[in-house]
Structures are given as structure tokens and as C-alpha cells.
Ligand binder design. Structure first.
Ligand code: FES
Length: 302
């Protein structure tokens, strides 16, 4: 600030401007703003008008509208109030809406209304009247959001489970938020998602207020709950006594190894499958295979 002369009002509004910038960006952006102001003032003291002019003329959108709103500047064409009121309505699909909200969550609360309007405008242009898909939101983050917010948001997107987050909203709406209902909530979540990803447990905790450690302990304690995505094929491997005794060549162990290494199969060890004459015995998607056929079947889908 050494090269800049200020009027009291100019310095005051500049302080207000800096306060409106998200905290993690302040140190980085302040020298750039001072440089821009020095150029605009051309050796004269920086007045309130010069600061406002810099925001209106030199800031990119949507930051410009948000900062104008924070400083109480109105503008005929691009007024912040207009931007907030003129939010287009769009049709969200998949995880696009939750991704949009995650993105907005990184904006300081005081500026969120303006950003919502502006970013919705960009989204609406991208989807051109069609449904908003996840790629539209992703494109906005990559094109508009500055660092460090971009990296934070992209990381949060990656942490979203591979399921529709509305599933958990609906389940909580059905059962309520009491811990007594947790088993029902977990069973419904598993039925609808296919398993219980950690992200779903986190979402249940966030929506219900039930401590995540309680939810996690229950989900991992009961065998009925699965924490990993099921494979394409469900394989039951018989570990009954007769199979164990008849399997002199250790084929069951080979089968087990093949299943464990495959992403396409989920193994369930089980007791007698009722055909003990030719070990080993497996049941693949409800159909039983014995002996060499069992190994051949498993090898064919591994
Ligand atoms: S013990 Fe394996 S089928 Fe009976």
C-alpha cells in the first residue's frame, strides 16, 4: 500500500471489499487489487468512486456481482439484486443438484445469494433448456471457480458415493431421525443402493444427527450389511464337511483365490448345498456346479 494515497472513504470501502473476499483468497488477491487501483488512480488519491469503478469494470463474473452486492453498488444491467431475483429454474438429474449445492457451500454465506443466481444462469446456458447433468456442474467448477476452492470442491465431488443422494433423504423422511429406527434406515439404504458405502453412512449421520461411529459400528457388526459393492455374480462356496473331505486336490482353495481376485464376483462361504457327492460345490447366481465344472465355471467368469 506504500505507493497508494487514500481518501478516508476510499480506504474504508477498500477494507470492506477485502472483507467480502473469501478468507483463503485475501492474501493472494490484495496485492493484485492494489495494483489495479494504483493504475486506475494514476497517481491521485484512491477515492470511493475509484474502488467502485474497479469492481464494476475490472472484476470477472460472478465475483463482480457478488462484490457489488457486498459494497451496496447497484447497476442497471447487471445489478446484484437482479441477479439474485432472476434465478432461472432448471431440471436437475443424478447428483447434479447436490454437486451444485456443494459448490455453493464454498461461497461465503453473505455472497451466496448472488453467486446462486449467477451460477444458475451459467448452468442454464450450458444445459440449453435440457436437464442439468453432473458434467454441467463439473464444467462450471473447472471453468469459473478459482483455487483453492476448485480443488476442495472437486475433492468433495469425488467423495460422493456412487448413488443418488436423494435415496437417503427419502429414507430419513420415511423413518425419521430417531436412533431406534437406525436398523430400518440401514436395511432400506442397502436394499436401494445394493450395499452401504461409507458416504451413505456419512449422509445418514448428517441427515439424522446420529453419531457416525454408532452407525458404522452397527453396519460392520451385522453380517446382513455389506460395506463393499457386490460383484456382478453372487457365488456361494460350500465349506461343508463332506466337500472339505472330498476335495483332495484343494480345488476349493483355488476357486476361493480366483473369486477373491475378481471384481465381478461376491463370495459367500456357506454350509452344505445338498450335493455332497462331488466336491467342491459352488452355486453361481442360483445355479449349482460341482467338481471340475465348478472350477471351470468360476474361471469362465473371473
Ligand atoms: S457339504 Fe458341500 S454340498 Fe454338502
Amino acid at each position: 500500500m506504500a505507493d497508494i494515497q487514500w481518501t478516508p472513504e476510499g480506504e474504508q470501502i477498500f477494507d470492506k471489499l477485502i472483507q467480502a473476499v473469501p478468507e483463503p483468497m485475501r492474501d493472494g488477491i490484495k496485492p493484485k487489487l492494489l495494483e489495479m487501483l494504483a493504475a486506475k488512480a494514476a497517481g491521485n488519491p484512491v477515492t470511493e468512486d475509484i474502488v467502485k469503478k474497479m469492481v464494476e469494470e475490472d472484476m470477472p463474473e460472478p465475483q463482480r456481482s457478488a462484490l457489488m452486492a457486498a459494497l451496496g453498488i447497484s447497476s442497471g444491467d447487471n445489478g446484484a439484486e437482479e441477479a439474485a431475483d432472476d434465478t432461472p429454474s432448471v431440471s436437475w438429474t443424478g447428483k447434479s443438484e447436490i454437486m451444485f449445492e456443494i459448490m455453493l457451500g464454498e461461497v461465503p454465506e453473505a455472497m451466496r445469494g448472488v453467486f446462486r443466481g449467477k451460477l444458475m444462469g451459467v448452468i442454464s446456458q450450458k444445459c440449453q433448456g435440457g436437464d442439468v447433468v453432473e458434467d454441467h456442474v463439473l464444467a462450471v467448477v473447472n471453468e469459473i471457480v478459482p483455487e483453492p476452492f476448485k480443488s476442495t470442491i472437486l475433492k468433495k465431488f469425488k467423495e460422493l458415493g456412487d448413488y443418488d443422494p436423494k435415496i437417503i433423504d427419502d429414507i430419513i423422511a420415511r423413518h425419521g431421525t430417531s436412533q431406534d429406527k437406525l436398523m430400518y434406515i440401514l436395511h432400506d439404504a442397502q436394499d436401494e443402493i445394493g450395499y452401504l458405502p461409507v458416504e451413505a453412512l456419512q449422509a445418514i449421520s448428517n441427515k439424522s444427527g446420529i453419531n457416525l461411529s454408532i452407525i458404522y459400528n452397527i453396519a460392520t457388526f451385522y453380517k446382513a450389511f455389506k460395506m463393499t459393492a457386490p460383484g456382478k455374480h453372487h457365488v456361494k462356496l460350500c465349506c461343508g464337511t463332506a466337500c472339505h473331505l472330498h476335495d483332495k486336490d484343494g480345488i476349493a482353495a483355488e476357486i476361493e483365490q480366483t473369486i477373491v481376485q475378481s471384481d465381478d464376483m461376491t463370495m459367500e462361504k456357506t454350509l452344505c448345498l445338498g450335493c455332497c457327492d462331488c466336491a467342491p460345490v459352488v452355486e453361481v447366481d442360483g445355479k449349482v456346479f460341482k467338481g471340475r465344472d465348478a472350477k471351470a465355471k468360476i474361471d469362465s467368469i473371473a
